[in-house]
Design a protein around this ligand. Sequence first.
Ligand code: GEK
Length: 236
Amino acid sequence: MKYDAIYRDAIHDQGFTFDDKVASVFADMIGRSVPGYAQTLQMVELLAHQYAQPESNLFDLGCSLGAATMALSRGSSGRNCRVIGVDNSPAMVSRCREMLSNEAVEIRCQDIIDTDIENASVVVLNFVLQFIDLQQREHLLHRVYQGLRPGGILVLSEKVCFADAAENGRQIALHEDFKRAHGYSEMEVSRKRTALENVLIPETLSAHHQRLNSAGFATASTWFQCFNFASIIAWK
Ligand code: GEK
């Protein structure tokens, strides 16, 4: 796995993008930056095992290198499901297709806003909604709801923020400590923070629950939280 040193010494004058440089170190970057990332993948596999319905479609929206796509595939094996990963970064998609060339999954290079979601039993948004325009988030979740079969689920993992400014500050400090403990320097943490401004827009857990509700999901439960990272299961 290639080590992420993108923000070590280079000068970055533009916001964060999912270009070839990021795609080449992405597996290392997300593992050292997102508390609980590996656990979300394990649980996607377990949830697919529980909820993937025979002959249905399983979507990994914003699949990057296909880690959750493969978790969906493993969890649903033997049920004749179609596993579809979607990402709009050509760099991510070409690496993903290369890495999963022997797997029975379909990887699409497409904006998830335009993905037709139909006959689905499990849909995953693993740290992706945070990059979608705020105005488009409800419409996307509504389309996910419409495309799910009854009994289907959405797994929504996100970086979150807190309404109370002091609490928000404490959680950010803990996350930044997590990053330092995983080898990122003060300078790298600070440069990445600047690069993600206006690119990754976190919301509170209660905003996510309210939106899921308005999108049609009557029941949703936060199953994971570590500092300012959380994951929700929403049932249709
Ligand atoms: C994982 N889920 O390993 N349409 C399609 N893809 C998008 C869009 C969009 N509108 N916006 C962003 N992306 C993965 C990790 S990473 C999370 C997801 C992170 C894609 C973007 O290209 C990138 O690959 C991914 O969403 C976000 O479980 O970097 O923190």
